[in-house]
Design a protein around this ligand. Structure first.
Ligand code: MN
Length: 355
């Protein structure tokens, strides 16, 4: 088979001669022959397939070192490697999207904060966890303080209870620090990253704990929402109930892709399967956003021990009652018991009040 000059090969592969020289230097695509006198590179037409693959992978944005790995694999393994790479790209993009959302929230709220009014809002709150009827141990955790509200649902091993407690503990120093929103993002990211490492460190034979975490943290008159997993946060405002977190579950991803209806998801046997959680290597991407709080707001944080067994209408009625947070929490736990309490239950209810 006649060899092609670098120019002819470049045209056939839709790559520039400059790119081909670079790929040669990197060991990605060495020419079939090099003229010892002129140094001209010559390519075998059989190399076209590899050259085209390199070009496509470059369009995908894959780094050259990784392209070299893919090119040396059998097609099936190469396909797997590309799928893994793309999954990572999507996760990174998602994390960057979260950051963009946070910055937009933060900068949009800045105008309102210019007057530098002291925070004139406070909260009344109550937090409880309950083992429920079926489980023998309680791996849920709930916490409420004047600046931090949190629930966490630990799972997947005997250390689940320590995992959920560790996730909430990681946020407590931030609550007392009273950070401005500008510093909050870094501080939250550090705290959550630390919690992830701590929970990963608990792993042992037959015990690979993970935990969800849903928390609200005050920053001036704004609330940072920190969320991962299938614990949830709801807001009752002006008589309307809003869910302000998305479940990071396998079934929710199917709903998002249009493959499952929300009703089918609710009764799906794998509805508790998490796609993101703290303590699970590579799956600890946390959602962070800022919300403005208003007097009269009532927040509910809960684990799936409530939300999976009590329908939203009943949760809403309980929240609408003109009762103190303590009584509302009790009523929500009673509702879960009325539904058989198959799982641990964590509930935090907080009212935003003028001070
Ligand atoms: Mn649970």
């Amino acid at each position: 088979m006649a060899l092609l000059t670098i120019g002819a090969f470049a045209r056939a592969a839709r790559l520039s001669p400059k790119a081909l020289r670079l790929y040669d230097e990197l060991g990605l695509l060495p020419p079939a022959a090099v003229d010892p006198e002129s140094g001209y590179r010559f390519y075998d037409p059989a190399q076209l397939e590899r050259a085209r693959l390199v070009a496509w992978l470059r369009r995908l944005g894959m780094p050259l070192a990784r392209i070299r790995t893919v090119c040396d694999l059998e097609p099936a393994a190469a396909a797997e490697e590309i799928a893994a790479y793309w999954k990572q790209v999507v996760a990174d993009t998602d994390a960057r999207g979260q950051l963009a959302t946070f910055l937009v929230d933060y900068l949009s709220g800045k105008g309102a904060a210019m007057s530098d009014t002291p925070a004139d809002l406070g909260i009344r709150y109550a937090a409880r966890t309950d083992t429920g009827i079926v489980r023998t141990s309680n791996q849920d955790a709930a916490y409420a303080g004047s600046r931090l509200l949190a629930v966490a649902d630990g799972a997947a091993g005997p250390s689940g209870d320590r995992a959920s407690a560790a996730a909430i503990d990681a946020l407590k120093p931030l609550a007392s620090a009273g950070l401005p929103a500008a510093d909050l993002l870094n501080a939250l990211a550090d705290a959550v990253g630390q919690a992830d490492v701590t929970v990963q460190g608990m792993a042992a034979e037959g015990d690979e704990p993970v935990t969800t975490l849903t928390a609200l943290l005050w920053s001036g008159s704004e609330l940072a929402v920190v969320h991962i997993g299938d614990t949830r946060a709801y807001l009752l405002r002006d008589g309307e109930l809003f869910r302000i977190t998305d479940d990071h579950t396998y079934v929710q991803s199917l709903v998002d892709e249009g493959k499952l209806s929300p009703e089918e998801a609710a009764s799906h046997p794998q509805r508790a399967l998490l796609v993101r959680a703290l303590g699970s290597p590579g799956q600890a991407q946390v959602d962070i956003s800022l919300r403005s709080a208003a007097a009269g707001d009532r927040y509910l944080l809960c684990s799936d021990g409530l939300s999976a067994v009590v329908d939203q209408a009943a949760i809403r009625s309980a929240l609408e009652a003109a009762a103190e947070p303590e009584q509302v929490v009790q009523q929500l736990i009673d509702l879960a018991y009325g539904a058989g309490a198959p799982d641990n239950i964590a509930c935090v209810v907080a009212d935003v009040v003028p001070v």
